[in-house]
Design a protein. Structure first.
Length: 171
């Protein structure tokens, strides 16, 4: 094991310029300083704030996320919709079955790949999303209450950089 003050050898045998500092333990950081924990808490509260309205419309979080994505992205492939909606493909498939049964989405075969399916909102689906949107927008505004616009923009910019750092899809 290397001393943290000594340069480390790279796989090709060359020394790296910077020593690798030991990673802090979660107990040392604390949950309040661990970004994934904070992001999960925030999204949990956001989803909970919408649950009553979603239930009134017969929607689940997965259905809401799919509809929100479909409201801004025209006819994505199901695999793309799963990525943008942040929903496991098996969960999304069940959600899409329910949305299709309710007449809120339409599935169509992809013109270039017969194995792929594209999805889009129907007029009824767009209307249902538009009824939910004010609740989503209010929950979003509540998250940023008393946060100046400059901080909000910087925060969203940082989130976009984090997403680029961890992205696994070319979407």
């Amino acid at each position: 094991m290397n001393d943290a003050s000594q340069p480390l050898a790279a796989p090709d045998g060359a020394e790296t310029a910077q020593p690798v500092a030991p990673l802090p333990r979660l107990g040392e950081m604390g949950l309040a300083n661990f970004a994934p924990y904070l992001m999960n808490r925030i999204m949990g509260r956001y989803n909970a704030s919408l649950r009553e309205e979603m239930a009134a419309q017969g929607l689940t979080t997965a259905k809401m996320r799919a509809m929100a994505t479909l409201s801004v992205i025209e006819r994505p492939l199901i695999r793309e919709l799963a990525v943008y909606s942040v929903v496991e493909q098996s969960t999304l498939s069940r959600a899409l079955d329910g949305l299709a049964a309710d007449g809120l989405i339409r599935r169509e075969p992809d013109a270039t790949d017969s194995r792929a399916t594209r999805v889009q909102l129907t007029e009824a689906g767009r209307a249902a999303f538009e009824a939910l949107w004010p609740h989503m927008a209010r929950a979003h505004e509540d998250m940023f209450r008393d946060i100046p616009d400059a901080e909000r923009l910087a925060f969203v910019g940082t989130l976009q950089k984090i997403l680029r750092n961890i992205r696994k899809h070319d979407l």
